[in-house]
Ligand binder design. Structure first.
Ligand code: FDP
Length: 321
């Protein structure tokens, strides 16, 4: 069978320019995968020495991945700007008439970089706003996303993506090219796992603690749930997509808006989840309906199989009275 690259695949269904965006994302992520795979042989582990806009220590690989994505995407006339977790403001390329803004977390799961555990890149593509304002384009609700996806740098390096017409996966081959490996991916309607950092449970609203207790006791239908938590969103989401269940990062006393970022973590994963038959909420509200006010806005995130996410949403709405 002929290889179909991610750029070719998207070009066929969604046109030349979006195909070029995916071609550039594929090239950059292929290079990031190589850097991660060989990290022990070069001086790329550890802290870069700067703190990003989120107040987090930047790792050398965060900076490498960010620079590479900006360079590759900035080389395309159709990309107006990028918005990155690592940069406090959008990077505007001033490309006249450009169609897209690409929003990304270049290397998600930083705390796992140095210990050879899966990390990922997450991205979302929004169409430029009519008035040519890149920030306005980036802030559009998740329902408006033109495309979304992620790359999981695992034992196998896989890109999972959607342009709003189902979910497909591409596996990085030995030539550094993402080649089509699955189409029409579906999330199981209910799953065996829940995934949450339970060290925060004392600070969650009680309804989340009760919900997890119910799953553990097998009171949500099906069997009693088991826990899985890697602490890399992409890896935890990827397992949830394939096996079913629910990933939860609820609000806490200390972080009432949650930890994860709406534009480049929650929105793209919510689009993939919905396209695969799953769901994503911030508690009471569908993630894709949220309207961001700031590019680095945070949100609680509950994403996964429909059964669990809808039951949790109902419980949260019930608790609100
Ligand atoms: P990290 O802080 O290691 O970069 O958004 C960042 C993220 O990882 C996600 O990848 C992950 O799901 C989550 O934060 C882990 O947070 P906790 O350490 O609070 O569980």
């Amino acid at each position: 069978m002929d290889k179909v690259t991610v750029g070719q695949y998207v070009e066929k269904s969604a046109g030349h320019e979006l195909g070029a965006v995916f071609g550039a994302l594929g090239k950059a992520c292929g290079e990031i995968a190589k850097k991660i795979r060989l990290a022990g042989l070069s001086d790329v582990y550890g802290a870069y020495g700067a703190v990003n806009v989120q107040g987090e220590q930047q790792q050398k690989l965060d900076v490498y991945a960010n620079d590479l994505l900006i360079e590759r995407l900035g080389g395309l006339q159709c990309v107006a700007a990028v918005v990155s977790e690592e940069d406090d403001a959008p990077v505007d390329f001033y490309h006249a008439g450009a169609k897209f803004v690409v929003i990304f977390d270049p290397l998600d799961g930083s705390s796992n970089i140095d210990v050879n555990v899966n990390v990922g890149t997450i991205f979302s593509v929004q169409a430029m706003a009519a008035e040519g304002d890149v920030t306005a384009a980036a802030l559009k609700a998740g329902t408006e996303q033109v495309a979304a996806g992620y790359v999981v740098y695992g034992p196998s390096c896989v890109m999972v993506m959607t342009t709003g017409d189902g979910v497909s996966a591409f596996t990085l081959d030995e030539d550094g090219v993402f080649v089509l490996s699955s189409e029409g991916m579906k999330m199981p309607a209910q799953g065996p796992y829940y995934s949450a950092n339970e060290a925060n449970a004392a600070g969650w609203p009680g309804v989340y603690r009760e919900f997890v207790a119910k799953m553990v006791k097998g009171e949500l239908g099906g069997k009693a749930y088991s826990a899985r938590y890697i602490g890399s969103l992409v890896a935890d989401f990827h397992r949830t997509l394939l096996k079913g269940g629910v990933f939860l990062y609820p609000p806490t006393d200390k972080a009432p808006k949650g930890k994860l970022r709406l534009l480049y973590e929650a929105n793209p994963l919510a689009m993939i989840a919905e396209q695969a038959g799953g769901a994503a909420v911030n508690g009471p509200t569908r993630i894709l309906d949220l309207q961001a006010e700031k590019i680095h806005e945070r949100t609680p995130l509950i994403v996964g199989s429909k059964r669990e996410v809808e039951a949790l949403q109902k419980a949260v709405l019930g608790a609100q009275g």
